[in-house]
Design a protein around this ligand. Sequence first.
Ligand code: ADP
Length: 388
Amino acid sequence: MFPTLIILLLVSLFALHFWWRAKLRREWEAWRSENARRSALEQSAAAEAVARQDALFDSMIEGVLVLDEAGRVQFANRAFAQMFATTGVLRGKALLEAVRLHEVAEIVERAGVEGRVVDHELRLSGEPERWLQLNATTMTSVDRRRLGTILVVHDLTRLKKLERTREEFVANVSHELRTPLSLIKGYVETLLDGARDNPEVAVRFLQTIQRNSERLQFLIEDLLTISELESGRVTLNTRQLSLGIVVEKVFADLKERAARKEVRLLNEANEVVAQTDERRIQQVFSNLVDNAIKYGRAGGTVTVAARVRDDGLVEVSVRDDGPGIPVEALERVFERFYRVDKARSRDQGGTGLGLSIVKHIVQSHGGEVWATSEVGKGTTFFFTLPKA
Ligand code: ADP
């Protein structure tokens, strides 16, 4: 009896031992897999945070570069790489090796001494010329140990270009205003000094004064139109218009000018209908037909035609058989104040703004404008308009 009991006890002890071991193993396995799951989750959360941070920095238009305490690149966003046209992996590279510009390295060094450098402008020569603005800040720990430098770069190229265009525009406007004004002033002074006593001379001087004051008036009107169009505040009142009727009105306004040069005006716009703003499109036709008369051949022909293209757009052309425009000037004639022949344009009362106004109006309709020309044979200006 006693040995049986002992055997039973031993068997129970063994059974308990194995059951306990199995339980411990199961718990250990469960703990291990939970741990592995948690660390995988943590890793993917960390990777996600880094990806999110990279996406955030890459979406910035400012270039960002982070350097460690030894001056090696720790991080550079996409905009930075584009601004400095760097290639390959930047991480770990020395600053000069990464950007190859001593001035940038000097700014970072100065930031190391002064703590920060703000709004330092850097001009990068080359084609196209570019302007960058650098801001460098030294990162320090609580115990004032230097941890590295952050460099933030803004691309100022567009701003600088706008500034230059505005300066050129103001210089051009001043020049354009000064010429007729000084002529008017000069003739008035000569009249006051005694020329008024000779009626023949006086009439001639007064006619010059009248011509130049008209030139001033045209210039100011064109400047106001340009500034209105460029403000972006223009709202078009478009409707379905028969272009043939608009052309007829413009021809009626310019009939006398054409007759003076014995220029024949032909309207081939027919029944073509486009979705346009009547007042604006009348100005487009008026500027183009007026130019064709002004710069075309005396005794020549100016033809306005329109057709509906396969892509559904309406294409309009204004053709003359004058001396034409040299190919290198064809693109430039749409620039403000650009003239092929300055003296001729001024003689004809031109402001140098007519084609620029045409371009603005056509573009505000969503259309395009261009010109073709053959020297000695004539010029054709084209533009497109939406049909509906
Ligand atoms: P402008 O007031 O001088 O006429 P535009 O902007 O209308 O100014 O035209 C710019 C220049 O383009 C003109 O000065 C002229 O030299 C040239 N141009 C325009 N239209 C014609 C044309 N039909 N034939 C030849 N040259 C032209």
